[in-house]
Design a protein. Structure first.
Length: 167
């Protein structure tokens, strides 16, 4: 089976994992010469830092689409990240504002999973939480000849974009 879950589920009452951010400044450099009148002591070893992996395209697109559908980003910011009818679908969905913040609860991505539909094509599903509500979002990503991922379809639960014939 090609279905993969990419985000870790958190149990209620437990802390989320620690963030290892390499952009934070480190300690000042250790002294190489001892101070006058004091013997030199070996400096403590530097803390181990893990390299931060680049975000997966599934995570990145889920966050971008959520920002557009919740009204935090304009729809036109997705022009270069979409192909085919996906931009029209996204504009139609964003116009209705299905994920706009209500009662102060901003929507967040809870879980993301994907299915490898074909080489260079992923069908992604995400669970979106806003307060007590839980919604589903699905989208398709295709890897283009220019080695960039583009969204080619977007769906949320509810009404769908009316079918238009290309004349």
């Amino acid at each position: 089976m090609n279905k993969v879950m990419t985000r870790i589920k958190h149990r209620p009452g437990t802390r989320p994992p620690v963030r290892y951010d390499t952009r934070r400044p480190g300690r000042p450099p250790a002294r190489t010469t001892p101070r006058a009148g004091r013997p030199s002591t070996p400096s403590s070893p530097a803390p181990l830092t893990r390299p931060v992996p680049p975000p997966r395209p599934t995570d990145r697109f889920a966050d971008l689409l959520l920002a557009v559908l919740s009204g935090r980003r304009p729809v036109h910011s997705m022009l270069r990240h979409t192909a085919g009818r996906a931009y029209d679908e996204l504009a139609w969905l964003a116009e209705r504002g299905p994920l706009r913040a209500t009662h102060g609860a901003h929507p967040v991505v809870r879980d993301i999973g994907y299915y490898v539909a074909a080489p260079g094509a992923l069908e992604v599903f995400a669970r979106i939480a806003a307060g007590d509500q839980l919604r589903a979002m699905a989208f398709r990503l295709e890897h283009g000849p220019d080695h960039r991922w583009r969204c080619t379809a977007v769906e949320l639960g509810g009404p769908k974009l009316p079918h238009q014939d290309d004349d």
